[in-house]
Design a protein around this ligand. Structure first.
Ligand code: CA
Length: 156
């Protein structure tokens, strides 16, 4: 099941419809605490997590999710494209990161990659990418996370 946590209906509604068309079961929530509640009570394969959520922002949701030991893949959505925010998102435990505005086709491709990696059993949390990449170099973290996903070893 894909959990979509996004408070902007102009993004959530078309994205939710597109995911359902692709055959995913989708649950949508509009605030941080609801996202955590669903991940605690249901099997969530992928959490598409908006960074700017009411009540509890996406970073805090992601940190708490990781602190609970959950292995759910997290794809973070953000309007903020600063390098600092990118790195903070990965440090919080996000697996991948898409900046708004995004093309729906690109986001769906990322989601497919996340889900396919898990289904093949080759998914490994990209811990190396989160921690070893220099803070000043988010593009390194990004490349590393993709390389880790597509092969069993990571070169970093
Ligand atoms: Ca938002």
């Amino acid at each position: 099941m894909v959990l979509l946590a996004e408070d902007d209906p102009a993004i959530a509604q078309p994205l939710s419809r597109a995911l359902e068309r692709e055959g995913y079961e989708v649950v949508a929530v509009t605030d941080g605490p609801s996202a955590l509640e669903v991940t605690a009570n249901q099997r969530v394969d992928l959490l598409v997590l908006d960074l700017g959520l009411p009540e509890m922002d996406g970073l805090e949701v992601c940190r708490r999710l990781r602190a609970s030991g959950a292995q759910t893949s997290v794809l973070m959505l953000t309007a903020r494209t600063d390098e600092v925010d990118f790195v903070v998102g990965l440090d919080a435990g996000a697996d991948d990161y898409v900046a708004k505005p995004f093309r729906l086709a690109e986001l769906l491709a990322r989601i497919r990659a996340c889900c396919a990696g898990r289904a093949r059993g080759r998914w490994t949390p990209v811990a190396c990418g989160w921690t070893s990449a220099p803070a000043s170099s988010p593009s390194t973290a990004r490349r590393c996370s993709w390389r880790t996903r597509s092969s069993s070893s990571c070169g970093c």
